[in-house]
Ligand binder design. Sequence first.
Ligand code: KG4
Ligand code: ZN
Length: 341
Amino acid sequence: MLVLGVESSCDETGIALYDTEGGLLSHALHSQVAMHAEYGGVVPELASRDHIRRVVPLLREALGASGRRLADVDAIAYTQGPGLAGALLVGCAFAEALGVALGKPTLPVHHLEGHLLSPLLSSRPPTFPFVALLVSGGHTQLMRVTGVGRYELLGETLDDAAGEAFDKSAKLLGLPYPGGALLSRLADQGRPGVYELPRPMLHSGDLNFSFSGLKTAVLTLVREQGGNLDEAFKADAARAFQEAIVDVLVKKALKALKQTGLNQLVVAGGVGANRQLRERLDSEARRKRFQVYYPELEFCTDNGAMIALAGALRLQAGSQPKAAGEFAVRPRWPLADLMIG
Ligand code: KG4
Ligand code: ZN
């Protein structure tokens, strides 16, 4: 079965072809990061317009690289939500229209399910069940994943998402949008222990997170400098911020493993690209004898491959695709609604 995947929930347009026999055949991606950087954040209207411009050329690119024809596609999976309504509408309308034109069914997919399952695209995939730490620009959640469509929320952020905290702190330190990866690079040059930032909810006794206080602590540090942010300060502050947030993410992930009795941890979402987070988790995994899995770096941030994969796995798990034509996007969509069986 050949599944075409379409992603357009935020600022990346992604198209991919996933074959249930042959795996991922091809994927094509366009990131709008450079376009939004000028405004310091994603401008929803510009995002929607850019998805419209990119989606057909990306489909051609992915098809060309896959060696298959459009007529070979058996079903079209696309991100129905959560995300920006206008951006979602582009991918959704495109996928449904293509489905009508080809006479092929469609399958709406939850964006976070794509992230959750994305480590299955790697050459060394995890097996069910596992604990997933989902850390993206919009979400921070710990989940027990027992199979496709079987997700139990163990804990989540009560305010900012981890990626959002990275991006907002980066902005406070004068870095351009989206600052997460840049802040992380800067932190590598910072000295450890120069500043001590709070580890919010570390001892809350549950698996929830809160990061807005950490961002405020960065703001306070910045204000104390009286408007003079030299490079050494920025690097030391970035280091302190990264150490605090990574510490909380690692300790809560360990707690989730202990609580569930599972010994596999999957890290998904854009912050999963963070090097310090990976190093800390790898060393804990060696010490505490659990396995940790990450998506390939290119599949950490938004992409079409994870949507094609999630669609294919859903179809294999018994989800019925629908006749193409009618659709609605779901900008807000709790993952709990997805349970199969
Ligand atoms: O998963 P994703 O593409 O977006 C959502 O679906 O929300 O993740 C994007 C987020 C951004 O906040 C970005 O700053 C962050 O992931 N990010 C990083 C790194 N690379 C991307 N955060 C920390 N360290 C990184 N290396
Ligand atoms: Zn995402």
